[in-house]
Design a protein around this ligand. Structure first.
Ligand SMILES: [Zn+2]
Length: 81
């Protein structure tokens, strides 16, 4: 997955970081791709921390999306905006 901004023509590097789904704790394979040098910035650290707290695997993300859609439908049925 790509973290942060990668400008056109900017070198990309892949970082091997273990990510776990915050919902099912499944280990998600694959590294994080960033612009070269971005991994040394404080912004990167913050983004990675946020990501660790909110990360969902594909399956849980789908489940969440379905749940949110159902929630929207329910609210609409109640007459709320
Ligand atoms: Zn999951």
């Amino acid at each position: 997955m790509i973290l942060g901004r990668i400008g056109e023509g900017q070198k990309r590097i892949r970082l091997e970081r273990e990510m776990r789904c915050t919902r099912c704790s499944k280990r998600v394979p694959g590294g994080i791709v960033v612009a070269d040098g971005f991994e040394k910035t404080g912004e990167f650290c913050r983004m990675l921390e946020d990501l660790r707290e909110t990360y969902l695997c594909g399956r849980c993300r789908d489940a969440k999306r379905v749940g949110e859609a159902a929630e929207r439908t329910r609210r609409t049925a109640d007459g709320a905006p």
